[in-house]
Ligand binder design. Structure first.
Ligand code: UD1
Length: 423
């Protein structure tokens, strides 16, 4: 088993460059299938979910050319099948974006139900409701696969009962070449929704209102080539901000859009950190004992659920009692058992966690139970007394580019180790 070994207690200092956003790139790579010409995508993070997305594109017949470490060119004109590879797709939640993209371009997609992190039930009923509203027929198949097809998608008004990032993206992908106007109401407003709309509009699509709760998409018959650079990752940035605070360090987090970080910044300041915003960077410092606070996760612009485990680590050593209410996922506290092994005092009832601050976390052997839970364990390891080992790091590699190198450059003592499985 591969693990991270971290010697805790070292304040991080220096600068870190944030990579392109995972949740934007996993939508934008399948979106390239919609074009009638090759597209170039820049600022792509080197993470596992990108590797899987690129393999999925190739398995459909698209030509993928690596221009440099963070740039690829995708030629979708060579696509020869609309059947998405089972093993690859089940590795990654966002493989469901291939449904919208293939349906939008070719009128047909056969896709296995997606994999990814487990935070309880993760239905895709709203995605399917959207496809049906555009005139597609949705057929469940054996082996937990679905087929979605249509001779001609027609624009329609679609109200999402729940604000869903995935459904908003998938409906945008399917509607972009449909006949007429599609209106998505109660749409998600996350930065990656805006990024996807900007990419598609660069290809000649007509999408307005992305970033608000009403998105209007007028169908377009031809989408031309485009060169597009992915936005910085809001959650990776938030994670390094939390690391700076947890280690009582002083870190310049570069290549960010400070506006995207406002809900995270506000909470760090409430806890006693100093956050200085610049044009495309934030400097995060902390020297005092952290103060407790209450957090509720919500759709953007609320506090992101994908920062919930990381912030829980900070609250574990804050003075007083804090409450976290998880407003998106039914089961996003599986990391709590691991954090308790490091001395945290956390009680979970339903969707609320009550955290009583302890003076210090202590090192332990822990597991990454999912991507952001894994990031939380890294933060805890950096802050704890002693040497922590974290297993299951494949989850962390799904979403954090070069985390060992980035942290080493900030002065952390972290290494990737191999231990025999039976150990
Ligand atoms: C995306 C993010 C994920 C983040 C989540 C919430 C990507 C690739 N992943 O996930 O990191 O944690 O947003 O910010 O961008 N729901 C339904 N029916 C549906 C779809 C969703 O009931 O058809 C519910 C979900 O169970 C959940 C809520 O809607 O309670 C929000 O889910 P959604 O925004 O769709 O999350 P994802 O797109 O899967």
């Amino acid at each position: 088993m591969r693990k991270y070994r971290i010697k805790g207690g070292i304040p991080l200092s220096g600068a870190v460059d944030i990579s392109g956003a995972k949740n934007a790139v996993v939508a934008i790579l399948p979106a390239a299938l919609l074009a009638d010409e090759p597209c170039r995508v820049e600022n792509i993070p080197n993470i596992k979910d990108v590797a899987v997305s690129l393999k999925l594109l190739e398995s459909l017949g698209a030509k993928v050319t690596h221009i440099d470490d963070n740039t690829v060119e995708i030629d979708p004109t060579t696509v020869g099948t609309c059947e998405v590879n089972d093993d690859l797709a089940r590795n990654m939640r966002a493989s469901y974006y291939f449904i919208g993209a293939l349906l939008g371009k070719h009128g047909r997609a056969r896709v296995p139900m997606p994999g990814g992190c487990w935070f309880g039930e993760r239905p895709i009923d709203l995605h399917l409701k959207g496809f049906r509203a555009l005139g597609a027929e949705v057929t469940p198949l054996e082996n937990d696969c679905i087929e979605v097809c249509s001779n001609q998608l027609m624009g329609n008004s679609i109200y999402l009962d729940t604000v869903s990032v995935g459904a908003t993206v998938n409906i945008m992908l399917a509607a972009v070449r449909a006949m007429g106007m599609t209106i998505i109401e109660n749409a998600a407003k996350e930065p990656h929704i805006v990024d996807l709309a900007n990419f598609l509009n660069t290809m000649g699509a007509d999408i307005r209102g992305a970033g608000t709760d009403v998105i209007k998409i007028r169908g377009t018959q031809y989408l031309h080539s485009a060169t597009y650079s992915i936005i910085p990752d809001q959650i990776e940035a938030g994670t390094y901000m939390a690391m700076a605070v947890a280690t009582k360090g002083d870190v310049l987090v570069r290549n960010v859009i400070p506006k995207h970080l406002e809900s995270i910044t506000a909470k760090l300041i409430e806890m006693g950190a100093i956050v200085e915003e610049m044009d495309d960077a934030v400097r995060v410092r902390c020297s005092d004992t952290l103060q407790h606070c209450n957090i509720k996760t919500m759709p953007h612009p609320g506090f992101p659920t994908d920062m919930q485990p990381q912030i829980a680590v900070l609250l574990s050593t804050a003075q007083g009692v804090s409450h976290i209410t998880e407003g998106i996922w039914e089961n996003r506290y599986r990391y709590v058992d691991e954090l308790r092994l490091m001395g945290a005092d956390i009680e979970v009832r339903g969707n609320t966690a009550t955290i009583t601050g302890v003076p210090q976390l202590t090192a332990a052997d822990v597991m990454a139970v999912d991507l952001r839970a894994g990031a939380a364990m890294v933060i805890a390891g950096l802050a704890a007394e002693g040497t922590t080992e974290i297993g299951n790091i494949r989850y962390i590699e799904r979403g954090y580019e070069n985390i060992v190198n980035k942290l080493t450059r900030l002065g952390a003592e972290i290494s990737l180790i191999e231990v025999p499985d039976e150990a």
